[in-house]
Design a protein. Structure first.
Length: 328
């Protein structure tokens, strides 16, 4: 099972969700190395990107031209959205995604992200501006609605499709739910019935079993996985293998796991520089240590180390299979 969005072929139909502070260049590269139909950049604020605010443009430009990579932009004004789309398309982006799903208050208070669900006519004007600005495919990621009294995803998706959007992703929660409760995959089916372009289901998909349930309930063409991939960069490929029979990923264990984490850590240092990289990497190291069952004291030592060399020295001990060690 696969499909195309413009010239981009999503095979397997499993995508990495955009996550602020997580889906940076090093992590996208790592996930892609195991196998993924699509990886999406962190959300890029359109006005800040055009005005070249430090650190913003780099999120979009670095690896924007890599195959099966989408750049996600957000904003509330058509001019800035269109101009940002032109910039990232000019940098080689194969696909541009419009963020209408971010629930964070600092985004919605600026009338961006999922706040746009409250003003669908204005949201449509942003979509039309982006579609008209570029030749590459434009996609949309949003939620079921603002709250239980504003469940308008199907209507927004239909209008977006009419405006030229070529794929839609729906997170099965309202904005006011944030990430609480359980994603309602069955509610996504209303969007499936409203549009003919490819549809991805998102929310609480953490393995092949939940991916299968989400597909069955929603009628979607594929899935987008977010928080479930933290500490498991092979997860997308594993889901694709179990659902559609694509090549099985070589899931690293023991020494291979330590080597993978060490390479990811060094890639983050190279990308951000030692000082910032040391801090940014901590959340990833924490998730990897969750996988390894690292003892609390050793975990704390890794996450409070003051220099990269000390972290790299500690990783082999921190990431060895604690379960096997206990059994021995």
């Amino acid at each position: 099972m696969s499909f195309s969005v413009g010239p981009t072929h999503l095979d397997p139909p499993v995508a990495l969700a955009p996550m602020a502070g997580i889906t940076d260049r090093p992590f996208r590269d790592l996930v892609r190395s195991f196998g993924a139909g699509l990886v999406v950049s962190e959300m890029v604020a359109s006005q800040e990107m055009v005005q070249a605010k430090p650190g913003v443009r780099e999120k979009a430009e670095l690896s924007a031209d890599v195959e099966n990579t989408s750049v996600q932009i957000a904003g509330r004004e058509a001019y800035w959205m269109a101009e940002a789309a032109r910039r990232v398309a000019g940098s080689g982006a194969r696909m541009i995604d419009i963020n209408m799903g971010c629930p964070a208050k600092k985004v919605t208070n600026g009338y961006s992200g999922s706040a746009l669900l409250k003003t669908p006519d204005h949201a449509l004007s942003l979509i039309e501006a982006v579609v008209e600005a570029v030749d590459v495919p434009v996609t949309l990621k949003t939620r079921l609605g603002w709250d239980d009294n504003c469940l308008n995803a199907a209507d927004v998706a239909r209008r977006a499709q009419d405006a030229g959007v070529q794929m839609v992703t729906i997170h099965g929660r309202t904005r006011c739910q944030f990430y609480k409760g359980q994603a309602d995959w069955a509610a996504i089916a209303e969007v499936r019935n409203a549009i003919s372009v490819p549809l991805l289901a998102n929310g609480d998909i953490v393995d092949a079993a939940t991916a299968r349930q989400a597909l069955r309930a929603s009628g979607a063409d594929g899935v987008m996985i977010g928080r479930g991939v933290q500490g498991k960069p092979w997860l997308l490929a594993q889901v694709a293998h179990e659902l559609w029979g694509s090549a099985a990923p070589d899931i690293p264990i023991q020494g291979d796991f330590i080597d993978m984490v060490s390479r990811h850590y060094e890639a983050m240092l190279a990308f951000y520089g030692n000082d910032l990289g040391l801090r940014v990497a901590r959340k990833h190291l924490g998730w990897y240590m969750d996988e390894a069952g690292t003892p609390t004291a050793l975990r704390r030592e890794v996450l409070t180390a003051k220099c990269p060399a000390e972290v790299l020295r500690l990783l082999p001990s921190a990431l060895q299979d604690q379960t096997q060690e206990d059994a021995a």
